[in-house]
Design a protein around this ligand. Structure first.
Ligand code: TXA
Ligand code: MG
Length: 362
């Protein structure tokens, strides 16, 4: 761990420790927990995506996270906890009844709660906002690390800013080699998209700021008046509105996102692919298994899963973007996979990754 260069970047000699995702090795967890307590950075798997973790109560560790990720300090970070007690220590005016009912259904899990921040929690975790986002992950490695550290762990997704989130330790290393002290390699994450961020700072009107692993319809059963209200802003407008940048989760290639009736979409994708190929550009296709035979000769295909299997498509999405990037495609054509269930989160990530380059073929 090195501190002298903290002002420009965070540099570290990265160590990878392999852990069994179900029964993580105690010695490796302890080594990683010691690093968290010493102010260092540890990347670890959660059931959504990998997180880049540091002590949530240590201002300097938080600074290092922003530096390592090259993340604007205006974008606040989620604190990860292992117990509801720990959650209650980070927040004030917690709507206890709502949190209890949510916890019974969804925690630990892919749900992040935005609450009012307790005064002892550093400002820079929340980019100066009076709030704190808290998540209790279900992944055994994340749980073990938080418990062994004895502190809440601040962790954004373990990718550099605007890159697709990391769903394997290999992705973490692609982006953060020599900027993170330890990577706990617990294999692929299961969900593959980030948590649902639910704002409870006004408990009468709960708002989903980011759709994710916990679904709107399931939240509605506990909170009938919950609203889905993510906002999408161009990067320069976004500094006052954390986490809502349109350019987010992007591979290096430009993404074009097609929406409309399926067969019109497939036809339009084919024509667009041909037009790019005529200009000598390499096309990547991020599509469902059943789409492949329609588009076989029109680019490098990355099949995400069966059309109706949104779990598989979500699980594979970010890895697919990275895979096509590594094949040096110039443009990635992908499509709408519907909006219900995980479709809402998929649409959100695709919209951001495409920076609004939507081709509506209705
Ligand atoms: O699944 C996840 O949530 C992953 C894993 C590692 O837990 N984490 C993650 O963190 O996706 P990140 O930093 O990539 O995204 C956190 C989101 C951002 O949209 C951020 O703006 C929002 O949560 N957020 C964090 N603190 C907030 C706050 N106090 N108020 C409003 N939004 C907040
Ligand atoms: Mg992120």
């Amino acid at each position: 761990m090195m501190y002298w260069s903290d002002f420009v970047s965070y540099s570290a000699k990265t160590r990878v420790l392999t852990v069994d995702p179900y029964h993580p090795d105690e010695a490796n967890i302890q080594t990683a927990a010691d690093m968290i307590r010493a102010g260092g950075l540890v990347a670890f798997p959660t059931e959504t995506v990998y997180g880049l973790g540091g002590n949530a109560l240590d201002t300097h560790a938080l600074e290092r996270i922003y530096l390592a990720k090259e993340r604007p300090t205006s974008d606040p970070i989620i604190a990860h906890v292992a117990t509801l007690d720990q959650l209650n220590q980070l927040a004030i005016h917690v709507p206890k009844d709502i949190v209890k009912r949510l916890a019974e259904q969804f925690l630990p899990g892919a749900l992040t709660l935005v609450l009012k921040r307790a005064p002892h929690v550093p400002d820079n975790i929340a980019a100066g906002l009076p709030t704190i986002a808290v998540r209790m992950p279900a992944h055994p490695v994340a749980k073990a690390l938080i418990l062994a550290s004895g502190v809440p762990i601040a962790a954004p997704s373990a990718n550099t800013f605007t890159r697709p989130s990391a769903t394997t330790a290999q992705h973490v290393l692609e982006d953060l080699q020599d900027r993170v002290d330890i990577v706990l390699d617990g294999g692929e994450t299961s969900i593959g998209l980030e948590s649902t961020v639910l704002d409870l700072t006004n408990p009468d009107t709960p708002i989903i700021l980011r759709p994710g692993g916990v679904l709107l319809d399931d939240l509605r059963r506990v909170l009938p008046n919950v609203q889905l209200a993510p906002r999408y802003l161009a990067t320069d407008e976004a500094s006052s509105s954390p986490g809502q940048m349109l350019k987010h989760y992007s591979p290096r290639a430009k993404i074009k996102l097609f929406t409309g009736p399926l067969y019109s979409v497939l036809l339009a994708m084919k024509e667009t692919a041909q037009a790019h190929q005529k200009r000598g550009e390499k096309v990547g296709l991020l599509i469902a298994n059943e789409d492949c035979h329609h588009l076989a000769d029109y680019g490098v295909i990355h099949a995400l899963g069966k059309r109706d299997d949104l779990k598989a498509i979500s699980h594979n999405l970010f890895a697919g973007m990275r895979q096509l990037d590594s094949q040096k495609v110039d443009v990635i054509l992908t499509r709408d996979f519907g909006r219900s269930g995980l479709g809402a989160a998929l649409w959100d990530r695709l919209l951001r990754a495409s920076e609004g380059r939507i081709i509506d073929v209705q």
